[in-house]
Design a protein around this ligand. Structure first.
Ligand code: HEM
Length: 475
């Protein structure tokens, strides 16, 4: 019997991320021979050829087919070896970034060494915001008090608290729509999301329920935080406008949280607002827009609709609500593609009585194809169902090691998903007929590519609402 191949096809396996099916169609029986393998693994390719040899080649006398297959085998083997080497390089780079985040670059160290290594590159945050918390202090007691007080809020969250968090977010969103949207055709996304996230976090961490009458102050405070953050990146060029922004911020915070002033630098509300609100608003906005409006595979689109239908009620029926893991994967995927802390900076002694800055490039680790596969830049939350050890090591939106964010176990994932669902229920998604206009030719022309994620990049984004009830002011 002559063994001949009609075609070879390499296709991604739909049920397992990063796994490929190699399909062989033979002429004589017209059947597919399919073998799944992880393309970066030499062993799986070797297994494939052994199986092929035993199944097809031993029973045939076709040396032609054997030679042909062997050549293909060697070519694929060497391509995969090349991939494998590249992947090893990527893993080495991830280990270097992770060592920075974990403070391993300091060698043997204690808490004071780690606080100093983190505080030095963050001095700019003291200069512009005056904050005195774990990120800027070299004092162990300030650090311990701050993390203790954050933990006291995070750990007390019950299902009922999460339902209330949803109601607060929903109410804030209605207020924002009433005040900032001239019509159903033009909801300014960034201003709206900033207000909602600020109100939700203020409720959670300060027990203050902001309403429509606070809208102007929140807009002023959040704008000032944005401007000051941008200015902090170029300390050398800081001018008199810095003082102006600081005054605006301080004045609006005093009106929003009167019971928290006057206060010591350790008690200042910005110590909490910066890590809680500033980290949250962009990832909430980008996750909502990615899941609700960008081109995705059918499975992700359907999963998002299911998440919208079941959150927040699902919090009440945990652990029996099986949509919770899917919902959390949406938050994880948003944090993967758009990590709020793109880079983690450390100061290390340079051996000459001075310090050098090193950084962990979190965003690079999260988007690297050799770790996450060819669709690394696509929004696909189900990848977290089959995450590999390498992906786990590369994933560090909350930092890594001893000083990993205390909200990384649950709190931040839950908060993100609740805020995203509150937006999707109220403002709609592509499925309801709503639309995002980016006023940016690159984003408007390409519904698949990555979105820009800088603090000011979303200022021009406008949502045109459809398929959901309009309760804003008269059109
Ligand atoms: C999406 C939301 C959040 C992200 C992406 C995030 C990110 C991070 C990152 C990257 C670190 C590590 C910093 C470093 O290694 O130098 C960190 C630490 C920390 N975060 Fe968060 N964070 C988030 C939300 C919050 C919230 C809501 C709080 C509450 C106040 C918070 C409080 C803290 C504290 C206290 C630390 C310091 C922990 C320590 O030094 O032991 N974070 N966060």
């Amino acid at each position: 019997m002559l063994f001949r191949i009609r075609s070879l096809r390499l296709r991604s396996n739909h049920s397992a991320a990063g796994v490929y099916n190699l399909e062989v169609l033979t002429i004589q029986d017209d059947s597919f021979f399919t073998m799944s393998f992880f393309p970066w693994s030499e062993k799986s390719v070797f297994d494939f050829f052994v199986k092929m040899f035993l199944t097809y080649l031993i029973p045939t006398s076709a040396t032609g087919g054997f030679i042909f297959l062997s050549i293909i085998g060697f070519v694929i083997y060497y391509i995969i070896k090349l991939f494998h080497n590249q992947q090893s390089n990527a893993l080495e780079q991830v280990s270097r970034h992770s060592a920075v985040a974990k403070f391993d670059v300091l060698g043997e160290n204690n808490l004071l060494d780690r606080l100093a290594s983190r505080a030095r590159p963050n001095q700019r945050l003291i200069l512009v915001f005056g904050i005195n918390n774990s990120f800027t202090t070299m004092d162990q007691n300030v650090h311990k008090n701050f993390t203790r007080s954050a933990l006291s809020v995070i750990l007390r969250m019950s299902p009922q608290n999460w339902l209330t968090f949803f109601t607060i977010s929903e109410t804030a969103l209605n207020e924002a729509l009433r005040l900032d949207s001239a019509s159903q055709d033009s909801v300014p996304l960034a201003v709206t999301v900033r207000f909602v996230v600020f109100a939700a976090m203020t409720y959670q961490f300060f027990d203050v329920n902001l309403g429509g009458s606070n809208f102007a102050d929140v807009v002023e405070a959040t704008n000032a935080i944005n401007n000051l953050w941008e200015q902090s990146k170029n300390i050398e060029t800081i001018g008199p406008e810095l003082r102006n922004e600081q005054d605006h911020l301080e004045a609006s915070l005093r009106r929003l949280l009167p019971n928290h002033f006057p206060c010591s630098s350790e008690q200042h509300p910005l110590n909490t607002i910066i890590p809680a609100y500033e980290t949250m608003w962009r990832v909430v906005l980008l996750t909502y827009v990615s899941a609700g409006f960008r081109d995705m595979d059918l499975e992700t689109t359907q999963q998002f609709q299911e998440v919208i239908r079941n959150i927040p009620e699902c919090f009440n029926s945990e652990p029996n609500c099986n949509i919770m893991d899917t919902a959390i994967n949406f938050a994880k995927e948003g944090l993967r593609l758009y990590p709020p802390t793109k880079r983690i900076h450390r100061a290390v002694p340079n051996g000459q009585d001075g310090w050098s800055n090193v950084k962990a490039d979190v965003e690079w680790c999260h988007r690297e194809r050799r770790i996450w596969g060819p669709d690394a830049e696509q929004f696909r939350p189900s990848r977290f169902r089959n995450n590999t050890e390498h992906m786990d090591e590369a994933y560090m939106p909350f930092g890594a090691g001893k000083h990993k964010c205390p909200t990384s176990a649950k709190f931040s994932y839950h908060a993100i998903i609740i805020l995203v669902v509150a937006l999707a229920k109220r403002l709609g998604t592509r499925e309801t007929g709503s639309k995002v206009v980016y006023n940016d030719p690159r984003c408007d022309g390409d519904a698949k590519g990555l979105l820009p994620s800088g603090r000011k990049d979303m200022d021009g984004w406008v949502l045109e609402m459809n398929g959901v009830e309009w309760l804003g002011r008269a059109m």
